[in-house]
Design a protein around this ligand. Sequence first.
Ligand code: PLP
Length: 431
Amino acid sequence: ALLGLDVAAPEPSPEQLLARRDTHFATVQEHYYADPPQIERGWREHLVDTRAQVYVDAVNNVATTGHAHPTLTAAAARQWSLLNTNSRFHYAAAVELAERLAGLAPGGLDQVFLVNSGSEAVDLALRLAMTATGRPRILAAREAYHGWTLASDAITTSLGDNPRALETRPDWVELIDAPNAVRGTHRGPRAAGGYLADLDAQLAGLDTSRLAGVILEPIFGNGGGVLLPDGYLAGVFSRVRALGGVCISDEVQMGYGRLGHHFWGFEQQGAVPDVITVAKAMGNGQPLGAVITTRRIAEAFAAEGSFFSSAGGSPVSSAIGLAVLDVMAAEHLQENAKAVGDSLRAGLEALGSTYDVVGAVHGMGLYLGVELVTDRASFAPATELAERVCEALLDEGCIVQPTGDHKNVLKIKPPLVITAESARFVVSALD
Ligand code: PLP
C-alpha cells in the first residue's frame, strides 16, 4: 500500500490501456513525455499511476483541496443521494454557493451566474458586457488564454501563432499588446506607462462608441506567469470605464486563493473589475464555474434575454463548491499558498544562482514559472531544454509542464494543500 492506498495493478493492464487510448480517445492536449504515465488515482498533492509510481502533482490545473479530499467525497455523495439534478428551480446548494461567492467578491459584485467551466464563464462574461452596453467590441490582450469555446478561443492567443484562430478571429475582437514586462514585443523590462501610452494611441484610432469592454488575466497564466507591471490593470480599467465599457477580470487560473497574498488576482494590482470569471479551483476539478457581477449588469442582461445551463451549478457541483470553501477555511489553504509559495519561490530563485539557464522566476504564491533561457544576456527561450527538464522530472517523480508563448517556462502550480516538504521535493528534483 502506497499513501494508504491499495495500488495493486488494475484491469486493464497499463499496456492495454495505452493501446486502447489511441484508438478512440480523441484529444489534442500536449504532453512532453515519451512514455506518458497513466494516472489512476491521487491523494492530496500526490498522484499514482497504473504502474504504482508516485508523483508530486506540481502542475495541477484545477486542484485547490488536492486529490480525493474526504470532505469533498462526503459532500458529493450526500448531495448525489439527496438530489442530483434540477436546474430549473432553485435549490439550497446553488443558492448558498452564490451567497458565499458574493461574500468573497468586492462590494457591489453580488450577482452570481453558475456555469460548468472557465470557457463558459468567459463566454457569458463577454455576453454580459455586450448586452449591458449594447456594443459589440471587446479588448483582449495578446499572449492571453481564455478558453476553448468559440468566443473564448477568439480572444486566446497564448497558444502561439495559431493560424486557425488568426483566420477566424471575429471582428468584435480588438487585440492589445501583451503587457509582458519581461520579454514582450518591446524586449526587456517596461513600466505600465509605456503599455498604457500604446493603448491610448490604439484607442484613439478606434470607434470607441462601439466598445463593450475589456477582458484581462490579472497575471498571464499561459503567457508564462509574468506579473503585470504595477498599475497596469487599474490603468486599463479606468480608461475603459471612462469610455463606458465593462471591465472583466478573468480569475479562472489566478483567483481563489492561489496567489496566497491575495484571494483574487486583481487585488494584486489594486484594481476592481465589474465582472469576475472563476472556475477551475472553485470545483477542485468538478465542472463548475461562475460569473460574478453587479446588479446593474445582471439586470441589463436579464432584460435582453434568458440564460439557461442544464448542468451549470448542479446540486452536486454546488455542494462540492461549498465543500471546497469549507476546506479552504478549515485548512487555511490561502495562507498555505502564501507560506509554501514564498518558500518554493525562494528555493527556485536559489537555483537561479546555480544555473545560468534560469532566466527568471515569475508568478506568486502557488502559481510560479521558471523561465529557462539559453543565456541571460540574450534571454533566448530554451524551449527544448524545458521539454527535457519536464521529462527528467517525471523520472524523479514530479509532474511539471512547460508554458508561455515559447513553452520555455516551467509552470509550477500544485494543489493548494501541498506541504512544505513536497515543495522542497519539487525544488530538489529540479536541481
Ligand atoms: N481563463 C483562463 C485564464 C484559463 O486559464 C482557462 C483555462 O486554462 C480558461 C479561462 C478556460 O477554462 P476551462 O478550461 O475550465 O474551460
